[in-house]
Design a protein around this ligand. Structure first.
Ligand SMILES: [Zn+2]
Length: 336
């Protein structure tokens, strides 16, 4: 893709006054209009488009100023704009370079125009050659952190997100009177604001799952619908439970007497403690299942909770306890 020298296209010097641009455009457009060139229609059409494209930029004082400012450094600027656009999109905000406010043609114009002005324009807004076309706003994506309990409960949650709004001071142009940069937005045309969103968290939502907020993304143009906002769920680690799919795992310290003799132990679950019966002779490290105590599933059922029992040995044995342990050991030896 090559740099388009729009001045060359219109055959005028770089510093040409506005009226010269206009007259050059009119003269060339008349000359190359496809209707008056029936014998070389294809060539005329090509030329005609090129002229229109040049005038689209140079015929608008604001666009021309920006085109001139970027000059031969356009490739750098375009790459930077694209990188920023991606970054902003990830960060959940609109295009920084909306303030460039170049019209996009939708079709017909050169790769240079599309790449440079189209994309930098943050997705085409409105007209080329005077007609309006609707375009859906940008889809935005950002992440939200949820605790395991929030994921379990689901329901409404209010999240605050930083979003970019059109700068009210300069109406998004980035410039104020006499072309000076807008101080309010530092010429970006955008201001950062915190907006609150009410989000419906699906019960049992998983790490990495995307929640769609329809119509909460970038503003549409020309009557087009707004984009959507996607929230990517990031589940925070829970101090007690480890999640695998819809199942949960928990480690439960128990006394060696509970393991040997069996007994009732209290186990934490997502809905509070429950009593679980250990059978006599439960092995250290055994895994027991609490059916339906896991995470909610899409079908309305629940996963399971797996309890790993860890026997805790007493360390502060009294003299009497030691005697009894010795006696037990001797008994055990006698049995073998
Ligand atoms: Zn501003």
């Amino acid at each position: 893709m090559n740099y388009k020298d729009y001045y060359q296209v219109l055959g005028i010097p770089k510093g040409a006054p506005e009226k010269d641009i206009k007259s050059a455009y009119r003269r060339l457009a008349r000359k190359w209009h496809p209707d008056v060139n029936p014998n070389n229609h294809a060539e005329a059409e090509e030329k005609f488009k090129e002229i229109q494209e040049a005038y689209e930029v140079l015929g608008d004082a604001e666009k021309r100023r920006k085109y001139d400012a970027l000059g031969s450094d356009w490739q750098n600027a375009a790459a930077q704009a694209e990188a920023q656009r991606r970054y902003r999109q990830q960060a959940g905000a609109g295009s920084h370079f909306d303030n460039f406010d170049f019209s996009t043609s939708g079709s017909g114009f050169s790769d240079f125009f599309e790449e440079f002005f189209g994309r930098m324009g943050g997705g085409g807004r409105r007209r080329a050659g005077g007609f309006t076309y609707a375009q859906k706003g940008q889809d935005l994506e950002t992440s939200i952190e949820l605790t395991l309990h929030e994921a379990y409960d689901g329901g409404k949650k209010t999240v605050s997100l930083q979003v970019e709004d059109v700068c009210p001071k300069c109406a998004g142009t980035g410039t104020v009177e006499r072309g000076r940069l807008c101080a309010n937005c530092h010429g970006t045309g955008r201001t950062i604001a915190v907006r609150k969103f009410e989000v419906s968290i699906p019960r049992g939502v998983k790490d990495g799952q995307r929640i769609r907020l329809a119509g909460q993304g970038g503003a549409g143009s020309g009557g087009g619908a707004n984009g959507d906002l996607y929230l990517v769920v990031h589940l925070l680690e829970d101090p007690h439970f480890e999640r695998t799919g819809d199942n949960l795992a928990v480690e439960l310290p128990v006394s060696i007497y509970d393991l040997v003799l069996g007994g009732e132990v209290r186990v934490p679950t997502m809905t509070g403690e429950v009593t679980m019966t250990l059978p006599a002779g439960t092995q250290n490290g055994a895994r027991l299942r609490l059916g339906g105590k896991g995470m909610p599933k899409r079908d309305g059922k629940f996963g399971d909770e797996f309890v790993r029992v860890v026997g805790k040995l007493p360390t502060d044995l009294s003299k009497r306890e030691l005697e009894l342990f010795k006696e037990l050991a001797a008994l055990r030896d006698g049995k073998h």
